[in-house]
Design a protein around this ligand. Structure first.
Ligand code: AMP
Length: 395
């Protein structure tokens, strides 16, 4: 696996696919610069070698050229974070981009306009990828967030750099973290899967049964498993058409010697609202008119015990409706348990959508080993898929 650390960038122009798809407010100011921060080590390494950086990214989902999606809005933020002036060029391909790239000196940064102002980007167009490729000497992919897309700048472009392509530090770290859980993790390995629906996690569950010793299932998914085994779930979120699948998963887990841990009690509410009346109930005895929105105290204690036994922990998906304060306690308790296990030497990876939001919201970001920057890319990795952006570099 080649990374930026395998190259000397002296007098070279690095063409770097970054994921600077950052949120902007109404004044076009960056409200969360995590993604720019995450790319900093790669950019600094190249500049310190005596190379220059040509940064390319998408921003949002523009329909053709739309000024509100221009990357010019984030140029200042990049300069603040990297500490180097950046030149912005208003098209990512064509004479202006080529001229700006040709004039680039060692130690300088060039920011290209939004790749998705050209439909060819998401279409994975080869001619467009070749045009982009002319701008740099070495292609660096540091955009984990788009590594599951076979777009021109994330995948197709790599073929024009057969000997001079590599991963940036961020993407390399993401790959290593996933491998640490899925391939080389110290046993016992635990996966905690929460979130709303079994249907969106089924491929992950199936893939992960071959990798883990323990599987905690929580959140809304709980109730499909509980009802399938004969419990009453009241108004709780439940996918009746996935009940057979749930039983099949339980059977497979037994055959593979994986211990499944489900909630035994829940905080149930008489409405899907933070102000609803709540009661702690047995997870198998939720009456009509009530729905389970968080895990109960016995469950929290059980899950804590499981987490503390494990040396490698993957967490995807909240254990309750954490967006509502009264139903966030199960998710917070799990975060605390994983933080404690990490302090005791376990490796913990948090990834995929809402669990990352929860980890940030409740301040666990620095208490786990690694928080992934990619939502969809992380989920597809956990499903066992080879991401096209990664395959293109390894090829
Ligand atoms: P996912 O994107 O599949 O990880 O699902 C995340 C969503 O699951 C969050 O918005 C949570 O509010 C929701 N969720 C977690 N537990 C429950 C539950 N018991 N009932 C309904 N929704 C839940």
């Amino acid at each position: 696996m080649k990374t930026v650390n395998d190259f000397n960038f002296k007098n070279k122009k690095a063409l770097i696919r970054v994921d600077f798809n950052v949120p902007l407010n109404d004044n076009f100011e960056v409200t969360d610069a995590t993604r720019i921060q995450s790319a900093k080590p790669t950019i600094i390494k190249i500049l310190e070698d005596g190379g220059s950086c040509i940064l390319m990214s998408h921003l949002g989902r523009p329909n053709g050229v739309q000024e509100e999606f221009s990357l010019r809005h984030i140029n200042n933020k990049i300069e603040d974070i990297i500490g180097v002036e950046a030149t912005f060029v208003e098209n990512c391909v064509g004479p202006k981009a080529e001229e700006a790239a040709a004039n680039l000196k060692p130690g300088e940064i060039l920011l290209l306009e939004n790749l998705r102002f050209h439909d060819e980007e998401t279409a994975g167009d080869k001619v467009f990828a070749e045009q982009l490729s002319k701008l740099g000497d070495i292609y660096v992919n540091d955009a984990f967030g788009t590594a599951h897309r076979a777009h021109a700048s994330t995948t197709i472009i790599a073929q024009f750099f057969p000997e001079s392509k590599c991963f940036g530090n961020l993407l390399a770290q993401e790959i290593e973290s996933i491998n640490k859980v899925m391939e080389t993790g110290e046993k016992p390995v635990l996966a905690v899967l929460g979130g709303a629906k079994v249907s969106s996690k089924i491929t992950i569950i199936e893939n992960i049964l071959d990798k883990v010793d323990h599987l905690i299932i929580g959140g809304g998914m709980t109730f499909t498993f509980v009802k399938a085994q004969g419990g009453s779930v009241g108004e709780s979120i439940c996918e009746d058409d996935k009940m057979e699948l749930a039983l099949e998963i339980i059977k497979q887990a037994k055959a593979k010697n994986v211990q499944i841990h489900l909630p035994v009690d829940v905080v149930a509410a008489n409405d899907f609202s933070n102000d609803a009346e709540t009661k702690v109930m047995d997870v198998t005895q939720i009456p009509n008119g009530w729905q389970g929105l968080d895990c109960g105290p016995k469950t929290k204690a059980n899950f804590h015990e499981v987490v503390m036994q494990c040396k490698t922990i993957l967490w995807n998906g909240p254990l309750g409706v954490f967006e509502m304060e009264n139903f966030a306690n199960g998710t917070i308790a799990l975060g605390n348990s994983i933080a404690e296990a990490t302090k005791n030497g376990a490796f913990s990876l948090v990834g995929g959508g809402d669990s990352v939001a929860a980890v940030k919201q409740f301040g666990f970001e620095d208490k786990v080993s690694y928080v992934s920057t990619g939502g969809g890319a992380m989920l597809e990795s956990l499903e066992g898929k080879t991401l096209p952006g990664i395959a293109a570099i390894l090829d």
